[in-house]
Ligand binder design. Sequence first.
Ligand code: ADP
Ligand code: MG
Length: 263
Amino acid sequence: MAATKGNIEPKKKTPAAKDEIVIHAKGLKKSFGDKEVLKNITFDLKRGENMVVLGKSGQGKSVTIQCVVGMLKPDGGDLEVFGEGVTQMSDEELKQLRIKIGFLFQSGALYDSMTVRENLEFPLTRVLKLKDQAEIDKKVEEVLDNVGLLDAIDKMPSDLSGGMRKRVGLARTLIVNPEIMLYDEPTTGLDPITSREISELILHMQQKYKTSSIIITHDLECARITADRIVVMNDGEYIAEGSWKELQKSDNELVKSFFIETT
Ligand SMILES: Nc1ncnc2c1ncn2[C@@H]1O[C@H](COP(=O)(O)OP(=O)(O)O)[C@@H](O)[C@H]1O
Ligand SMILES: [Mg+2]
């Protein structure tokens, strides 16, 4: 054996972080009664990537991400998050997994009887079980500052506009530092200017918090702003994939219809 002076340890091969897969889905199927909602969903989400799932309503987009967090169980296919099979997880394992996954629901509901500060303290005390008030205050202020809403810290949700509520919802999800973010229609119900601001904020937060995200939307502008990669979903399957520019040139009629409707 040839001894190498001063360098006995073999070099560990560390995969390039950007190629690491955080969610792996292969051939996912899900039916409700005789309605086949997911027919064959296959995708990989890489670390640090923003993947947009673009599709009209009722195509199974929300069902897909509910499977990812174990709220729904697929009938078939493989689903791994951080290399672990989600469908085989115990309730306790699912609980641990969900701490690492931020889920911004379509409604993005805040607790109406709590101030913005209290809404943000909630996940810190309930999920992370933090007790040190100075640490809690620091985290709340930091995340609010990041979403541009430090001024609103003592306001009630009812005093805020729709866009501001979305920002607080986003802050509440990000405050526990999730590794994966799942956004379900983040711009629905907002006017075009506010939609754009929220989309830009999602992009900014990806860079700031280094999250890997799935962004579900039927808003083409949101897809354009946030996506590293777009998959187009129709009738329980992914029918196209590419960057904004690639999809814009697609020959697929359904993909084309998205671009025609909104531009
Ligand atoms: N928990 C459920 N029980 C029964 N049907 C459901 C359930 N969740 C979703 N569906 C049905 O699955 C289809 C796809 O829903 P969804 O994933 O919410 O669509 P979208 O692409 O708009 O997010 C719809 O027809 C919906 O009614
Ligand atoms: Mg939906």
